[in-house]
Design a protein around this ligand. Sequence first.
Ligand code: RNT
Ligand code: ZN
Length: 415
Amino acid sequence: MSYNDAKQVYAALGVDTDKVLDVLKNVSVSLHCWQGDDVRGFDTDPNKPLTGGIQTTGNYPGRARTPEELMADIDEVLKLVPGKVKLNLHACYAIFEDGEWADRDKLEPKHFKKWVDFCKERGLGCDFNPTFFSHPKCDPLTLSSPNEETRRFWIEHGKACIRISQYLAEELGQPCVMNIWTGDGFKDIPADRMGPRVRYRESIDEILSEPYDFNLVKPCIESKVFGIGVEAYTVGSAEFALSYAAENKDKCIPLMDNGHYHPTEVVSDKIPALLTFFPEIALHVTRPIRWDSDHVVLFDDETKEICREIVRCGGLDGRVNIALDYFDASINRISAWVTGVRNVQKSLLFALLQPNDKLKELQDASDFTQLMVLQEELKTAPFYDIWQEYLKRENTPAEYYAEVKRYEQEVLSLR
Ligand code: RNT
Ligand code: ZN
């Protein structure tokens, strides 16, 4: 079917596809730099194990080992994805020059100057994350540690990251979402569940006492149910993170990662719940398989449902910050990145192509029969043709596998 034919089909359903494509191209999705190097970063021994309960699995060749390689890979991704992206950096991706090195409590904006230049040249905004894992000072706790020296070190890291986030936002002229996540927790049944949480709360209070402009820097609190090696107890649980964010609405926003809940819970349903109370929220979009496995995001039911909620709840008007968070080391990493970004874009497009007002009317009129019939019909509407038109308008090639393979042969396989 041609774009024009598909457009007529959607018009008959009450959807203006040209308008939809104009909306979609301005939605920004935050691209996680850590897919390119299996979350290793550049500030510590790259062969150390990942800690904090996260794991990358697989040993596909071609991982980025230097800032230059990571930047080249990101450029390759940017060529192959439509829409607007922002870069998402972790503190462990600091770039040191001339033999200089700084520990995480001493990081400065200048250590991210090269990333700022990179973003400026490409017109990208940048989000940021303190790195509270994979470091000798994880004892294994960080912000919730009973060891005052450890806790102070990590508080100083958090404060340094606020200053860096403010710098990124000012330099790039776009807000910087700064996400606080720690893997703090215990493998086995703890004797004191509250102490670590009280300390975690105090530590975040201290980090957020560092001055910043809340219009520019958006600190987030990300919760988690459990991680590998921290199966019994997580300090930053859902209730903890949400309560913290609710009590400090003038300073931070909650972040939900859809890999961080019990397997039958869905983040799609939590989006409207949170937006009932919070003016703004943030998301990590991932794909959990049985656990927080961080598989590549697919064009699957829950991703579609998450995007439908974002669209229906007014999330595209600056209320929902969308970021990706997955890391697959078992396949070509460029393809993993591109496939995930495209699938979020596809899901947003799918959501925007729903006659949402009409569907809502049917629900409010208790016409559940027609609601079901229409929702099912929409699943087979000519989505493909609209997607192809979007890629065309964005000057993005429809096919990307051949290009990914070329890059693998010419660049990745030489590493
Ligand atoms: C881990 C969290 C966290 C990390 C990134 C690297 O379970 O999801 O967001 O994945 O900060
Ligand atoms: Zn996450």
